[in-house]
Design a protein around this ligand. Structure first.
Ligand SMILES: *Cc1c(COP(=O)(O)O)cnc(C)c1O
Length: 332
């Protein structure tokens, strides 16, 4: 299997905002984007994106998971970045059109077709560090994928607990924007080099938030604990879906503040589990936490049964193996 996100379908859907209206969406070769080198996005990071997946069901039909929620977040990110407003219905049609065109290329499960809507400020102006781009472009790229964190077996990820630094500026956390990943990258690379960690779990001031690109869930017996929504972190749709499924199963879902102290205390208990939730990661087990030079295995240090059960419940809906009781799937 090739690395996640390295293969693209040869065409994408695209539409341009000229300052007053969006152009009719077109399907063009995926490498045909033409930008002025002075484009606002290239200097001042006026960019946001989404990540969602289309799945092939046993009957051959193609279903997109929670597209409405991704479109709503795309519109919200665009708004918070002062990009031109996108119309969710129009972007939704672009998604449906391009996925329909490549429906035959949607991999069999557990693979899927990863969908990447992107919105960028295109105005050729380098004098607008403190003003929005008047023009913009949105496009929808497709990438067939397998699984994101491969080769971990059942040992789980190693996470460094970082209390001093933040993933991104506190008011930008809920925006799915390139600058936030750039802001976290140096820290993640440093942690990898110094501690052989897979990811950093950002816990500014002892408040457990999320990793670079996935939300964090602590599973202690029948209880799930995860940070309550605020503007400091990304409101994952996988997180929301898993919490909904956990409630359906009768679990006690606690959306509240989780401190590093409580996390380490609970993680030490046998049977405790932790996992990362995201469209790409789905629900990936966390095996070890590193804090102030010490290693803390989470429970057994291996993938746990509740993580597996929640992951399966989500996959079953995505893959058409369980009834879509929440209306999360959109057909083409
Ligand atoms: C995309 C993302 C997530 C996960 O969101 P999903 O909607 O579940 O894919 C979590 N955190 C960050 C920082 C992200 O970029």
């Amino acid at each position: 299997m090739t690395a996640f996100g390295t293969v693209f379908m040869p065409e994408m859907a695209i539409s341009w905002f000229d300052g007053s209206r969006w152009s009719e969406a077109e399907i063009v070769p995926s490498d045909s984007l033409r930008l002025h080198p002075g484009a606002h996005v290239l200097h001042y990071s006026s960019t946001c994106f989404e990540g969602l997946k289309a799945f092939r069901h046993g009957d051959g039909s193609i279903k997109i998971f929670r597209m409405d929620r991704n479109l709503a977040r795309f519109a919200q990110s665009s708004r918070l970045l002062s990009l031109p407003p996108i119309d969710e219905a129009t972007t939704g049609k672009m998604v449906i059109d391009i996925v329909s065109r490549f429906a035959d290329e949607v991999p069999e499960v557990p693979g899927s077709l990863y969908i990447r809507p992107t919105h960028i400020g295109t105005e050729p102006v380098i004098g607008k560090a403190a003003a929005p781009s008047v023009t913009s472009c949105q496009y929808v790229l497709l990438s067939p994928v397998g699984s994101y964190f491969s080769g971990n077996g059942d040992s789980g990820l190693r996470l460094l607990l970082e209390e001093d630094a933040m993933r991104c500026a506190a008011h930008m956390g809920m925006v799915k924007s390139g600058g936030n990943y750039a802001s976290a990258l140096g820290l993640i690379l440093k942690a990898k080099a110094e501690h052989q960690t897979d990811q950093i779990l950002f816990c500014p001031g002892g408040d457990v938030q999320e990793t670079g690109a996935a939300n964090f869930l602590l599973i202690d017996g029948n209880t799930i604990i995860t940070k309550a929504l605020d503007s400091s972190f990304l409101h994952g749709i996988t997180r929301d879906s898993l919490l909904t499924l956990a409630r359906d199963m009768g679990m006690d879902v606690q959306e509240r503040q989780l401190t590093v102290e409580e996390l380490l205390e609970r993680a030490a208990k046998p049977g405790c589990e932790a996992a990362l939730a995201g469209t790409a990661a789905v629900l990936t087990p966390v095996g070890t936490l590193l804090h102030k030079g010490r290693e803390y295995p989470v429970g057994s240090g291996k993938a746990g049964p509740t993580t597996a059960r929640l992951c399966k419940a989500l996959n079953d809906i995505q893959w058409g193996l369980a009834e879509d009781t929440h209306g999360w799937l959109t057909g083409l």
